[in-house]
Design a protein around this ligand. Structure first.
Ligand SMILES: NC(=O)c1ccc[n+]([C@@H]2O[C@H](COP(=O)([O-])OP(=O)(O)OC[C@H]3O[C@@H](n4cnc5c(N)ncnc54)[C@H](OP(=O)(O)O)[C@@H]3O)[C@@H](O)[C@H]2O)c1
Length: 263
């Protein structure tokens, strides 16, 4: 490993896509700082030790300024070569039926905490003129998410933000890549209370998180702008640019409204 090589910071690395992203970094020999909100992050760190990289795990609520500050402090001035801002959560049901604390947590994790972390680490990367940033957006960002309205809006923010930040940094050696998965086989839908929906229940149709993470990792390492995982998701994303928003919202209702899961 090069002596001046920086670490990889991966958020939401305890499960799902983030866990697999962290595995990709470890397999490439990066020392890791991984973070999530719950204790499972400690077990994840144990899983990565066989790769003989140094692994630090942090339990912090990245929806809060305090949690992001704890993560930044845990970096401890070490150069960050890779920042994988992946932590995120969904939230099903009709907007007016959702608990506002849950809504705040979704916006805090997916948007505010993500942007704050990138603001801090990004400044260090720019000063060092080196670094790669991967954001986990979503194809959900291309369509109004009836019955997951706040979540889709947060991903529209992330997808757009990633393109803009990439452009702002184009004259530097800091790259920004957006990974835009479609439905992926993780705990995401269960945590979002969407197992009675068509999209949540569709086990066979979801993508493998390891495959999705590998695509994102490779795109980041090549410095590409963005990657949509899976053929049908690419078609869906292309159609989203052509169809009226009202039709997209209606389509989303059919897969995300409670009770749409097949019997
Ligand atoms: N699964 C899909 O269909 C899909 C599709 C497109 C995009 N995505 C995006 O992919 C990313 C990863 O999701 P996933 O599917 O892998 O789901 P997941 O298995 O539920 O993983 C989510 C990760 O984010 C962490 N996290 C959530 N809230 C956090 C907080 N406030 N502070 C710190 N960590 C937090 C979780 O840790 P704790 O358990 O400790 O909270 C977990 O490690 C998310 O940004 C999601 O929006 C998912």
């Amino acid at each position: 490993m090069a002596a001046d090589r920086g670490i990889a910071v991966v958020t939401g690395a305890s499960t799902g896509i983030g866990y697999e992203l962290a595995r990709c970094c470890a397999a490439e020999g990066y020392d890791l700082l991984i973070a999530a909100d719950e204790k499972a992050i400690v077990q994840a760190a144990e899983d990565f030790r066989p790769y003989a990289v140094k692994v630090d795990a942090l339990e912090a609520d990245l929806a809060t300024e305090e949690g992001v500050g704890m993560l930044y402090d845990a970096i401890g001035g070490r150069p960050v070569d890779l920042l994988l801002a992946n932590a995120g959560r969904g939230l099903g049901h009709a907007f007016l039926d959702q608990d506002f604390d849950d809504i705040r947590q979704v916006i805090g994790t997916n948007v505010t905490g993500t942007v704050l972390l990138i603001h801090r680490v990004g400044q260090d990367m720019r000063a060092r003129n080196r670094g790669r940033i991967l954001l986990t957006g979503s194809i959900a960002g291309f369509m109004p998410g009836s019955f997951q309205a706040v979540y889709n809006a947060t991903k529209a923010f992330i997808d757009s933000f990633a393109w803009a930040l990439r452009n702002e940094l184009k004259d530097t050696n800091v790259t920004v890549t957006c990974l835009m998965p479609g439905p992926t086989d993780t705990a995401f839908f269960e945590r979002a209370d969407m197992m009675d929906t068509k999209v949540g229940a569709d086990d066979g149709g979801k993508e493998d998180p390891a495959k999705v993470a590998r695509l994102g990792f490779e795109a980041m390492m090549k410095g590409e702008a963005g990657v949509i995982s899976g053929f049908s998701n690419k078609i869906q994303a292309a159609m989203a640019h052509l169809l009226p928003a009202s039709l997209l919202a209606e389509q989303h209702r059919r897969m995300a409204a409670p009770g749409t899961a097949p019997d």
